[in-house]
Design a protein around this ligand. Structure first.
Ligand code: DHB
Ligand code: MG
Length: 244
């Protein structure tokens, strides 16, 4: 660990200690995930609260999460929903999903959260076929290689006003490496290019440091036709945004 990392972690602890208070349910979810051997790659407490604030700002009633892991971010997001709200979360790993289901249950959120086990690229078409969406907020935090595809599915499941958030876009700076053979890095590079070319969103990306090191997230607000007038409308073909 470099000196930067020591300080970033200490400050994350200071901030979560000062701003977040104790939360036995979330702490318990982390403990259960660690005890079951899940990788400790979930979002930090401060990031969880950011997601919750964004969901609340959205007035979200429906949330889609791609990549559940142990359900830690799921709990943060689902807590922003009203009792009639719904969060669908997709997890490919059966063992992770089992741990997540128990964590979600202990958080008393099982009636709001629909946890679906299987490859997201199979679950996402099912969601469309079942008539789910548009979602108010979509959080993409799954395998990085497939992020460009997840983003395109997220757009299909969005409407004007939907917010799409993507974790881990900076990868310790590897994002800049156009020679990288790491599928995760290549995936994120393709995703950022796709995001920049996408006329249906107003997007940005922010670099972050903290307990999880140097990374960052992208945020895309899906915009409607009226909003597009002063955006990158030029050159957009009619059918690019027909299904919005
Ligand atoms: C990894 C995945 C994540 O979603 C994350 O936030 C950090 C690391 C990983 O696969 O290494
Ligand atoms: Mg992540």
């Amino acid at each position: 660990m470099n000196p930067g990392q020591t300080q970033w972690s200490a400050i994350d602890e200071f901030l979560s200690g000062s701003l977040l208070g104790s939360d036995p349910v979330l702490d318990g979810a982390l403990e259960a995930s660690a005890a079951a051997g899940l990788p400790s790659i979930q979002i930090t407490p401060c990031q969880g609260k950011l997601l919750q604030i964004l969901a609340q700002l959205q007035g979200a009633r429906s949330i889609l999460e791609i990549g559940t892991l142990g359900g830690y971010s799921t709990i943060w997001l689902a807590r922003a929903l009203p009792p009639s709200g719904r969060l669908i979360t997709l997890e490919v790993n059966q063992q992770y999903a089992k741990v997540a289901a128990a964590n979600i249950s202990r958080a008393n959120l099982s009636s709001i959260v629909d946890l679906r086990v299987g490859p997201a690229l199979e679950s996402l078409p099912s969601l469309v076929a079942e008539g789910h969406g548009p979602f108010d907020l979509i959080f993409i935090d799954a395998d990085k290689e497939t992020t460009p595809d997840y983003f395109l599915w997220a757009l299909k499941l969005s409407c004007a006003g939907s917010l799409i958030i993507v974790d881990n876009v900076i990868r310790k700076g590897a994002l800049l490496d156009d020679k990288s053979t790491d599928p995760a890095v290549r995936g994120m590079r393709r995703f950022i290019q796709l995001l920049g070319d996408e006329h249906r969103v107003r997007a940005t990306a922010i670099q972050t440091v903290g307990a999880k090191g140097y990374d960052g997230f992208a945020i895309a607000l899906v915009i409607g036709d009226a909003d597009l007038t002063n955006e990158k409308r030029t050159g957009m073909s009619a059918d690019r945004h027909r299904d919005l």
